[in-house]
Design a protein around this ligand. Structure first.
Ligand code: GDP
Ligand code: CA
Length: 314
């Protein structure tokens, strides 16, 4: 990463991705970082376009995220949802009163013909975010989880059914014909390094890889590619990543994660709790690097981001 080289391209889902994205934004200036976010989770609720992962990253970088959940806004209330419930509307998807403003504004701008990239840039700018936070695509991609109970739309599986049905496969409707968003496309050409944030490989990273020719372009990407494991000590810190590894027949460990990145990644960051797995990572063709990857505080996020920056500067 010389001074004239391109930005770091970080790929992220929601809560896990946003933590490292925040760390990276504290150690890299705005012209040295592009954060590309999964939109396979996007869904319409009450006629509004909701982009949960984009919002999680946006609220986190703006310092507005709810510190207890990692998603949604701090100091949120849910009166609109209560009233919607009085009207008999389905309210299993949590939408706070302030959060609804984001979805109203996004939907309004989309209906005026703005692209999701343009809308996201506008929302981020108005929240004071200087770094580029962009959707993986401006085209519609929808994650569908094929389960023992049949195919379920992503939010139906994740929120309504609490990830309980057993996963058989995951697919990304529309991904094949979707194009990377303009900033993502440029970053795939100009970035000096690539970071897979500690996001769910099946639900947050795979949809990004499924967009158009993104997987091929990352397979042949020239700079160093680094992954941070979202699995620590054989468990997910939250969400269904460990459960899905088991259901899809992979080892429930950072090794199972690393398997998903074969050929896509050169450097694999695993937690100090998983030191014993370093050799197995090496034999998958990735250089293992051990550190603390649990990001509870901003200091943790910054420390991990600095660790990654040092790896990329070698
Ligand atoms: P989602 O879209 O909100 O589900 O978020 P992501 O896919 O971006 O992140 C979910 C993953 O983040 C889960 O598998 C968690 O285990 C992982 N995760 C959450 N917090 C941390 C953390 O502090 N460190 C690491 N290494 N992984 C984390
Ligand atoms: Ca998500």
């Amino acid at each position: 990463m010389g001074t004239t080289s391109g930005p770091v391209l970080a790929l992220a889902g929601g809560v896990g991705g946003a933590k490292l994205a925040l760390g990276l934004s504290k150690v890299l200036p705005p012209d040295r970082l592009v954060i590309v976010v999964n939109t396979g989770d996007d869904e319409e609720f009450h006629g509004l376009h909701v982009s949960p992962d984009l919002d999680t990253v946006m609220y986190t970088l703006a310092g507005l995220a709810n510190p207890d959940t990692g998603w949604g806004l701090a100091g949120e209330s849910f009166q609109t949802l209560e009233m919607l419930s009085n009207y008999g509307a389905p309210t299993w998807f949590n939408l706070g009163d302030k959060d609804l403003a984001t979805h109203i504004r996004r939907t309004q701008l989309l209906s005026q013909g703005w692209s999701l990239s343009q809308v996201t840039r506008d929302l981020c700018q108005r929240l004071g975010i200087e770094h580029a936070v962009v959707p993986m695509s401006d085209d519609e991609v929808r994650t569908v989880v094929d389960t023992d109970d049949g195919p379920l739309a992503f939010q139906e599986y994740f929120v309504h059914r609490h990830c309980e049905p057993r996963t058989r496969a995951v697919s990304f409707h529309g991904a094949e014909v979707a194009k990377p968003s303009p900033t993502f496309d440029t970053a795939l050409r100009s970035a000096s390094a690539l970071v897979f944030c500690p996001s769910n490989p099946f639900l947050s990273i795979d949809p990004i890889l499924a967009v158009g020719d993104v997987r091929e372009r990352i397979l042949s990407f020239k700079g160093p590619r680094v992954t941070v494991s979202p699995i620590v000590g054989g468990a997910a810190l939250r969400g269904p990543a460990a459960k899905m590894l088991e259901e899809l027949g992979h080892p429930v460990s950072c090794v199972g994660v690393a398997r998903q990145y074969r050929g896509l990644c050169d450097l694999f960051v695993l937690d100090q709790a998983d030191n014993a797995h370093a050799d197995a990572i090496q034999s998958l063709g990735m250089e293992p690097h051990v550190t603390n990857t649990i990001m509870n505080t901003d200091e943790d996020k910054i420390a991990l981001a600095k660790f990654i920056r040092r790896l990329l500067e070698r």
